[in-house]
Design a protein around this ligand. Sequence first.
Ligand code: ADP
Length: 520
Amino acid sequence: MQKPLRILILEHAAADGQLIEHELRKSDIHYYAKRVETRDALSQEIRESAPDLILSDYSLPLFDAIAAMELAKQLAPLTPFIIVTGSPEEAAFECPKNGVAVDVIREQLARVGPAVKGLLERKRFQEEKERVEEKLRQSEEIFRRIVETAGEGIWIIDPEDKATFVNHRMAEMLGYTVDEMMGRPVFDFMDEEGRAFLRSALARRRQGIAEQYDFRFQRQDGTDLLVIVSATPFFDKDGHYAGALAMITDITDRKHAEQELAAKAEELARSNAELEQFAHIASHDLKEPLRTVASFVQLLARRYQGKLDPNADQYIALVVQGVKRMQEMIQGLLLYSQVGAPRKSGPVACEAEIGRVLANLQLAIEESGAQVVYDPLPTVVVEPQQLCHLFQNLIGNALKFHGAQPPQVRVSAKEKEKEWLFSVRDNGIGIAPQYSDRIFAIFQRLHQKEEYPGTGIGLAICKKIVEGYGGRIWVESEPGKGSVFYFTLPREAAGVAEAEAPSLQRASKRETRETKSTVS
Ligand code: ADP
C-alpha cells in the first residue's frame, strides 16, 4: 500500500482545518495531516517531518500566507504549497515564479482534493523528468568518455559538410585543435584529388549509403595522413539527410611498413635473380677454361708420368684431382642455377618417376646390396625432371651414407589437409641434430670426399625445388640410427592430377613395390 501523504495544514481555526480534511477524504486521498498556526511551528514541522504538501489559509491572524509560502520555499523548495483564499480579490497574490503553488477559493473548497491530486501529479512528473534527465546526463557522459578515449578519430558533419563534432584523437591526427576544426568544411583537410573523391562519397551518403574506404587527408604541416574511413549517414525524423558520422583509423605507419616490406621483397627477389644469373654465367663460363686446364693436366700426367721426379708425379695427380672436383662443383652450381621457378606441368605419377630414378641408381643399388621399397604414391603436378632430381638426390644419399648394414630405403606419402607429406627413410649413418639445417645449404657437407663422394649441392637443389612449389623440406635423424627426410608438395596440384591419373586412394590396394639388388 502507498505511504500516506503527509500534509501540513496552516490554519488557525480547527473547524476550517476539519473542513479541508473532509474535502481531502472525499477525493480519496490517503493522507496524514497535522495542523499548525504559527511561523515557528511551521518551520519546525517542515524541518522535522518534511511534509509532502503544505495547505495554508490565506488570512492567518498570527501569520500571513505569502510569508509562510516564502519560508516554505526556503526550507523545502520542492514541496507544493496550496493557499486557500477567502475571495477572488485575495487570490490576486503574487505567486513565486518557480514556486510550486496553487490557490483555491474558499467558496469552492471542493477543489482542494483535485488541486492536491494535480499537484502530486506534477510533482511525480517533475521527479520522473529529473530521473530521466539524470540518466541522459549519465549516458552522455559515458558516450563522451568513449569518444574521447577512443584510439580512432570521430568526425561528424552537418548537411553542409561542416564539422559539428570532432574528438581529440581526430584533431591530434591532423595536427589541429578541436576548436580549430569545428565548423569547418571537411574539404579543408585534403588535396584536390581527395576533394573529388569525397564529393562523390558524400553524394552516396545522401542516398543513405554507408561505406568503408582508404583515404588520404592532409595534416596541418602538409604531410599525408593515410586512414581507413567508416562513414555512415544519418537522417532526421522526416527522412531528410542530417549529416554523416565517420570513424577514422590512422594507417600511415602500417602503410609505410607495407611499402617498405614490398620494396625489400622486390629488392630481395632482384638480388636473388642477379645472384642466380651470376652463378649461371660464372659456372657456364668457367667450364670452358677449366676443361682446357683439365685436358692439359691429363696430357701432362700421361706424357711425363715417371719422367720427372716422384714429387712432380704427386703434384700432377693432385692437380688432376682438384680440377675434377672443381668441374663437379661447377656442374653442380650450374644445375642449381638451372632449377628455376616451377614450370607448368601436367600430372606426374610419383611411382613412375621413382621407377626411372631406381633405374638410374641401379649400379649403386647393386653395389651396396640395398633394398629400396616404396608405398603407394600419389600423382602430383610437378615438372617430371624436377621430381626426378628430388627423388634421385634423396634416394641416392640414402644409398651413399650407409653404415655397416646394407642400405634399406623406404619412400612413403601421407595425405594431409592441404598437402602431401613424403618421407624417404634410411638405416644409414644418420645426422647430428645441430647439422639438420646446414646440410640444405650449397656446398655444405659433413664428410671428406674420400669418405663419401659428393659436392654438397644435392640437398640445396631439393630445397630449391620443394620451396619453389610452396613446400618444405627437413630431416629427422640421430647419428647411427638412420635418417628420415620429409618434404611436402601442395595437394591442389595433386587434386588436379587425380582426375587424369591414378590417385593414392586407387593405388593403395597395390602392394609395396620392392627393388632389391638381387631382383633388379
Ligand atoms: P652430397 O651428397 O653431395 O654431399 P647433399 O647436399 O646431398 O650433398 O648432402 C649434404 C650433406 O648432408 C652430406 O654431405 C651428408 O653429410 C648429409 N646427408 C645427406 N643425406 C644424408 C643421409 N641420408 N644420411 C646421412 N647424411 C646425409
